[in-house]
Design a binder for this molecule. Structure first.
Ligand code: F0G
Length: 460
């Protein structure tokens, strides 16, 4: 379709609408002040464009809603479970399929069994719930992306890849019997939604075979990753997106998925594996904490919608629109002179606030400031991924800043139109015009853990 090359049109039309409230800047200033300058503490009804996360915030299709009406709510052996199990077995090629209520439940079950004091987990980057579930068992989690990939400006095709040399060194120094698993997160959320190449996963498979290590694929954005493989790895250019995902998943020993992303549903998760003995241990944990093995914390209708979502997500027109619409925002921001993590990843655009607000020192949280300015200027909600989220204190209570001060604009799936995104771009013009007038924050209240969710700030 020639048209598609000129205007990036949404490959769907809208059958049901949800009104958005248009507010004034005065209203937003007061609202944000009441929320202690923390966008997590805003009411969603006070937000115009919500880019806080792409998790569970997508719109379902008419086919998924029809599936919801057909959900089988039987406690055991429901038809909807059989449907989901069939789809997931075909996708993963794995024999043992466990449903969970979301991704972190799958993580808690699997890493609770594999972890424990003295155990090591190695990943490109552990997502924060992944790390928390591992560390909760007393185990250690180490991140090993390539050094070059940590540079926000390095223009590399697969910045999510694991550094294979670092992996070999870790295996040598820790010995394989102490390594609980190698986890490859595709795409790599914490480093900008950057993709992982098939070549990298194949090499991981070989190394894991050599050393008898378990390879887990955290694939909540597996379809988005498949898009990048097809377009950046020549060997896969003639594959369908689904066949790329299938080939990648067949390289793993286990698969964890927060279905709230590429499952195209608002709730749900999966834990699948090849090994029967491990699956039995996981099933026991599942029954204790999530539910029986044929529903695992989900309603029959949720499983039905997920089974349908997992096939829709590989539609070529959908994936093209999805990846290109994220890039549309990122490329246009870059052209305006807004520093962004490059290249643009699959589900989000990450703005480099340290560069944009170069006059605000990191201990005054430039990322938090940008997130607040975007809300005040345009009612846009997003989240800081910088020293508010990852900063620590030294023994003199001085901030040890995070490596980067980023702001994530995560794009919900099939929710906003191009004109919404053009509006976001307009708001960034105001951000640029006002950037030198903006000042920093100090923390007024913070909890002991995961402070970004509930901390409150005051302006300096
Ligand atoms: N793994 C990755 C790579 C994730 O991005 C997430 C969630 C999880 C696991 C946990 O899944 O939320 O279903 O329990 N990421 C969301 C985000 C929260 O905003 O990026 P969950």
């Amino acid at each position: 379709m020639k048209n598609r090359l000129r205007t990036l049109t949404e490959p769907f039309r809208i059958k049901m609408v949800e009104p958005l409230k248009i507010t004034t800047a005065e209203y937003r200033i007061k609202t944000l002040q009441k929320a202690g300058y923390n966008p997590f503490l805003l009411r969603s009804s006070d937000v115009f464009i919500d880019l806080l996360t792409d998790s569970g915030t997508g719109a379902m299709s008419d086919r998924q809603w029809a599936g919801i009406m057909m959900g089988d709510e039987s406690y055991a052996g429901a038809r909807s479970w059989e449907h989901l199990e069939r789809v997931v077995k075909e996708l993963t090629g794995m024999e043992y399929i466990l449903p969970t209520h979301q991704g972190r439940a799958a993580e808690r079950i699997l890493y609770g069994i594999l972890g424990g004091p003295d155990k090591l987990f190695i990943s490109n980057t552990h997502f924060d719930t992944t790390r928390a579930n591992i560390e909760f068992t007393g185990a250690t989690a180490i991140d090993i992306v390539y050094d070059e990939a940590q540079d926000p400006e390095a223009d590399l095709p697969f910045k999510g890849n694991i550094d294979l040399d670092k992996l070999r060194q870790l295996i040598k120094s820790y010995r394989s019997e102490n390594i609980a698993a190698v986890i490859i997160t595709v795409t790599n959320n914490s480093s900008g939604g950057q993709p992982v190449s098939m070549q990298n996963v194949k090499a991981l498979r070989r190394i894991c075979d050599e050393h008898n290590l378990l390879l887990v694929i955290d694939g909540c954005r597996i379809a988005e990753n498949a898009y990048f493989v097809k377009h950046r790895e020549p060997e896969y250019k003639d594959y369908t997106y689904e066949d790329i995902a299938k080939a990648m998943l067949r390289l793993g020993d286990a698969f964890i998925m927060s279905a709230k992303k590429d499952g195209l549903v608002n709730i749900g998760g999966l834990l699948t594996m090849k090994d029967e003995a491990l699956s039995l241990k996981c099933k026991n944990q599942l029954i204790i904490s999530e539910g029986f093995t044929t529903y695992g914390g989900l309603a029959g209708r949720d499983m039905e919608a997920l089974a349908i979502g997992l096939t829709e997500v590989f539609d070529a027109d959908y994936l093209h629109y999805r990846i290109r619409s994220t890039a549309y925002l990122g490329e246009k921001l870059k052209a305006k002179g807004i520093p962004v993590v490059w290249p643009i990843g699959g589900h989000a655009v990450y703005v480099d606030a340290k560069k944009l607000y170069a006059h605000i020192p990191v201990h005054e949280f430039p990322g938090q400031m940008l997130a607040c300015d975007l809300y005040i200027q345009g009612g846009i909600r997003c989240c800081e991924i910088g020293s508010v989220m990852f900063g620590k204190y030294d023994e003199n209570k001085q901030l040890i800043p995070a490596a980067n001060e980023l702001v994530r604009l995560a794009i919900p799936r099939r929710v906003y139109t191009q004109s919404h995104i053009d509006y976001v771009l307009d708001v960034f013009d105001d951000i640029l015009a006002l950037k030198d007038q903006t000042s920093g924050f100090r923390i007024r209240y913070e909890p002991p853990f995961l402070r970004h969710f509930t901390a409150q700030f005051e302006k300096i």
